[in-house]
Design a protein around this ligand. Structure first.
Ligand code: ADP
Ligand code: NI
Length: 241
């Protein structure tokens, strides 16, 4: 097989150690950040990394570790450092440069960081970002949205409460915000991801998933006879978000 990514033995051992540790930590996790989310992100990440020529070990480690310290999973401060990810790498003997590179990716790729600030991501961070965001859209993304939404105890939909036009970090991280319903999360985040992909391969993979979410939302509003929400979606899609 041509062009398969090559990893040295010690790198393969490190990745295998991290993989096992993350598998144990996130198996059965119930908010949509479970082990199989990680498996899917690793799969997407390898595909994109291969196409973009990114460092495969850095990408693999960051994809494995990216949700261990997520504020949505741990309930900690959204700005907290990725402590568990760092400890895991240290414990398995990774060098300081590699730990710094991976931690930086874990710290910077969340959607929150794309709001109200300009960020510069390394190629490897761009790859893991796109791989993670692909799993937040399309059919899988819809399932994860409502799973997380139920976990935080928010309603699926409220016909009287339209989404905010502008999403800021403060609004996005306030999970108990009145406007934070499952359907509104599509407008706050999921429908905005297609145009926030960093790599060409990620953007290409996002297109069909994005279109499927639009089909889903129109159908949702049709079942309710909610013409005002149909119009809202149409207007939203016609403008730059
Ligand atoms: P990110 O780092 O961009 O937050 P994750 O891999 O942690 O990405 O995925 C977050 C998941 O949780 C996504 O599937 C997203 O749709 C879901 N989610 C996040 N916030 C909300 C919310 N307020 N309501 C419903 N789902 C949410
Ligand atoms: Ni994730």
């Amino acid at each position: 097989m041509a062009d398969a990514p090559v990893m040295k033995n010690e790198e393969t051992d490190l990745a295998a150690g991290v993989r096992e540790m993350v598998r144990q930590a996130l198996t059965g996790e119930g908010t949509g950040h479970d082990w199989h989310h990680i498996v899917r992100v690793c799969h997407n990440a390898r595909k994109i990394a291969h196409a973009e020529g990114a460092d495969m070990l850095v990408v693999e480690l960051a994809a494995l570790l990216h949700d261990l310290d997520d504020w949505k999973v741990t309930g900690q401060d959204p700005g907290a450092a990725p402590v568990r990810a760092q400890k895991c790498l240290e414990g398995l003997g990774a060098g300081p440069d590699l730990i710094a590179q991976v931690s930086e990716i874990v710290r910077t790729i969340d959607y929150k960081g794309s709001l109200d600030e300009d960020r510069t991501l390394s190629l490897e961070a761009q790859v893991v970002h796109d791989a993670d965001k692909l799993d937040a859209i399309g059919a899988i993304g819809i399932a994860r949205c409502f799973t997380f939404n139920g976990h935080i105890g928010r309603p699926i939909f409220d016909p009287e409460i339209f989404p905010d036009d502008e999403v800021t970090q403060a609004k996005y991280t306030d999970l108990s915000r009145r406007e934070n319903t499952g359907i509104n999360h599509f407008f706050d985040k999921l429908l905005r991801l297609k145009d926030r992909m960093y790599t060409q391969s990620g953007a290409a993979l996002a297109r069909e998933r994005h279109d499927f979410m639009i089909t889903y939302l129109y159908r949702f509003f049709d079942e309710l006879g909610a013409d005002d929400w149909r119009d809202h979606l149409k207007t939203f899609l016609a403008r730059k978000n």
